[in-house]
Every structure is written in C-alpha cells, then in structure tokens.
Design a protein around this ligand. Structure first.
Ligand SMILES: Nc1ncnc2c1ncn2[C@@H]1O[C@H](COP(=O)(O)OP(=O)(O)O)[C@@H](O)[C@H]1O
Ligand SMILES: [Mg+2]
Length: 210
C-alpha cells in the first residue's frame, strides 16, 4: 500500500521554526489538515509535494527518499501560484501533462471530463487572463488531478468557490482518495470530515490527530 512517511521533519524560515520534529505517515484515503492561519499547513503541503525540502529529517514515498518516483506520481495544487496568463486553460493543462510525462491525448480527455464535472468546461479554450479567482482555483485543482496521481496535495482547493461547486470538487477528491494518498486543507473540513481517514491539526510546530 502506498505511503508517505515523515521522520523527525523540521522546517524553518530564517529563525522561525514552522514544523518541529514531526513524524507521521500518510496512507491512502483523505487526510484533512486543520489549524490556525500561519500554523504551517501550506508549509507541510510544500514538503509533501517536494516543492521545498525539510531542514532536518527525511520524507519517504513508499519507503524511498528519492524524489523522482515520488514526483512522477504527484498532483499538487498550491494555495497561491502565478498562472501563465497568455495561455488558455487547456494549453496550460497540456503543458503540465507534458511535464508529467502523460499521454497528451488521454490527458486532454481527462482534463475535459474533470472541468466538465466542476463547471469549468465552457471556458477551457479561453485565456487564463480572463479568469476569475474561482475559475483559477478550479484550473489549479484540475491540473493537479491529471494522470490520476497516487499522491495528491491540495492547498485550499475550495477557496473562492460557491458551496455547490465546492461540493463537486469534494466528490472528486473523495473518489480519488479511494486509491490515493490525499492530503488537503479546506474551509470545508467540517463537511468533509465524515469521509476523511484522518483529521490532523497543525499547531505550534506539531501535527496531531484532531
Ligand atoms: N517562504 C517563506 N519565508 C518566510 N516565512 C514563511 C515562508 N512561508 C511561510 N512562512 C511562515 O511560516 C509560517 C507558516 O505559514 P503557512 O505554512 O503558510 O501557514 P498556513 O498555511 O497554516 O496558514 C507563517 O508564519 C509564515 O509567515
Ligand atoms: Mg496556507
């Protein structure tokens, strides 16, 4: 069974320690990260997605600390990201698919299906420059889902979405979590908690079962 394991992981920015000696294992299923703003939820997701490295400790994917296999299976939706404004949503998705080494025909189809399920399909051939905040959130989510990743790190994917659209994303996330390690932060944590395998609270440098 797939797993992502943190062993004695610490992360600091300058003198500020955000995570202090955190050890935990993520397994297939949905894990919700909760905790106050600035607690380190996004920092933890950046570590899980190899966007940053810990200052101390080790992270292993299926028992292996090499980042190649871990990255190849990863989908990551960052909380904040600069999108290529001049590309259409579909061009951007295919660019991501190419970087991930996916079959482009299959990725194009999958992108169509995902965007259809979350109410973005009518806009996929429009330039990102014309997109609202909620459309950007959905595009960032859709690119993370490409290739059916075994490891999915989602940072506030439901921000700026209306309740109905957020629930549509939630349904896709719960479905993916049946076979993938999914770790996410969301303001809808209360709503998704019954379907989560774990709810973890990030606070004061520690990550504990909530
Ligand atoms: N690149 C960075 N440089 C310096 N400090 C950072 C950086 N990223 C995050 N921090 C700090 O780390 C702490 C945790 O931030 P973050 O992980 O974004 O929290 P959360 O997602 O829980 O709101 C905050 O105090 C934040 O200011
Ligand atoms: Mg955050």
């Amino acid at each position: 069974m797939a797993s992502l394991e943190l062993k004695s992981v610490s992360k600091s920015y300058g003198r500020k320690q955000v995570l202090a000696d955190v050890s935990l294992t993520f397994q297939p299923g949905l894990t919700l990260l909760i905790g106050p703003s600035g607690a380190g939820k996004s920092t933890l997701l950046r570590l899980l997605s190899t966007a940053e490295r810990p200052n101390r400790g080790a992270i292993s994917w299926n028992g292996n600390t090499a980042r190649g296999p871990w990255r190849r299976t990863l989908g990551y939706a960052p909380q904040a990201v600069d999108l290529p404004e001049d590309l259409t949503a579909r061009e951007f998705a295919l660019h991501i698919a190419a970087l991930k080494g996916l079959d482009l025909g299959a990725a194009d189809k999958q992108f169509g299906a995902i965007t259809d399920a979350i109410g973005l399909h009518a806009d996929i051939n429009n330039r990102i420059a014309s997109f609202s905040g909620g459309m950007r959130r959905r595009l960032i989510f859709a690119q993370a889902m490409l290739g059916a990743p075994e490891l999915l790190a989602l940072d506030e994917p439901t921000a700026e979405l209306d309740g109905e659209t957020a629930r549509k994303l939630g349904a896709l996330i719960v479905e993916r979590a049946k076979s993938a390690v999914v770790v996410m932060t969301t303001h809808l944590a209360d709503e998704l908690a019954p379907q989560a395998a774990a709810v973890l609270r990030v606070e004061a440098g520690q990550v504990r079962a909530a």
